[in-house]
Design a protein around this ligand. Structure first.
Ligand SMILES: Nc1ncnc2c1ncn2[C@@H]1O[C@H](COP(=O)(O)OP(=O)(O)OP(=O)(O)O)[C@@H](O)[C@H]1O
Ligand SMILES: [Mg+2]
Length: 253
């Protein structure tokens, strides 16, 4: 099960941001969250990460209410890379990645070889090995993004939540990142704007509109021409790709 979200509603003041949202994640699978700007993707991810509390409904993590878990136990399990993740301190890349180990350490345990191994693995997977000694401020936007991913991987989470992780990346690193996430054994929930990338890599998709889920299921059942027109306001033709069998969207001009 991993996440089970039941009738989630979330408000800011009197404004309802998320309305009666329900879905389940499949363990080890990649769930893509789609929707126009302002449809509620970031809001939903923040609730999933335990950073906000629902006004109604609940989020279960392996059957336990997320609201009943302590911050530290959540941090041992769930890693979240925010849409506009900031790191102000002038640290080296490797030190930022090491921060990912923090929830796993106790007052009594020192830094271990296992911690080192996990940090190295995270640097390697995110392609940031070469940049390990660089100062944070000297990184490009895309490199910062990848360093944040490395920190999240160092957290060794069972659930990985990513809010538009590809938005600063060049096309090679976009594809590389999505492939990496889809190959990871953990459950991932990832907000993305590129519908073709979502179709290629995600196992399941959720489409949001004005705070509600308007469609969910396998990419081929969700990405229909009618939905692209009504939700995203674009004319397109969808057909199975000859290369990967997933739906491929041809946008019409
Ligand atoms: N602090 C806030 N106060 C008032 N409204 C807010 C606040 N944060 C978000 N909202 C509103 O909640 C709605 C959903 O925002 P959210 O950031 O979740 O959308 P999103 O789908 O992530 O959009 P994007 O694709 O632009 O990242 C928007 O209408 C936004 O204006
Ligand atoms: Mg957002």
């Amino acid at each position: 099960m991993s996440f089970k979200v039941e009738n989630l509603t979330w408000k800011i003041g009197r404004k309802t941001i998320l309305r009666d949202v329900s879905f389940e994640t499949e363990p080890g699978k990649m769930l893509g969250l789609l929707g126009p700007n302002g449809s509620g993707k970031t809001s939903l991810l923040r609730l999933l990460a335990g950073l906000r509390q629902p006004d109604a409904g609940r989020i279960l993590l392996d059957g336990r209410d997320l609201a009943s878990l302590r911050r530290r136990s959540i941090a041992r399990r769930i890693a979240f890379v925010e849409q506009h993740a900031a790191t102000n301190a002038n640290l080296q890349v490797v030190d930022v990645v090491k921060l990912g180990r923090f929830p796993h350490r106790s007052m009594f345990s020192g830094w271990s070889r296992e911690d080192d191994r996990i940090v190295e693995d995270a640097l390697h997977r995110s392609g940031m090995e070469q940049k390990r000694g660089e100062r944070w401020q000297s990184l490009s936007g895309g490199e910062k993004q990848r360093a944040h991913i490395a920190r999240a991987l160092a957290q060794a989470p069972q659930e990985l939540i990513l809010d538009e992780p590809t938005n600063h990346l060049d096309v090679q690193h976009q594809i590389g990142l999505l492939r990496l996430v889809s190959d990871l054994p953990m459950t991932s929930v990832i907000a993305v704007h590129d519908l073709n990338h979502a179709a290629m890599f995600c196992d399941q998709l959720i489409v949001m509109q004005q705070g509600s889920i308007i469609a969910q299921g396998a990419p081929e059942s969700v990405l229909k021409e009618e939905l692209l027109r009504t939700v995203f306001g674009v004319e397109a033709r969808v057909e199975p790709s000859a290369h990967h069998g997933r739906p491929h969207i041809h946008f019409l001009r």
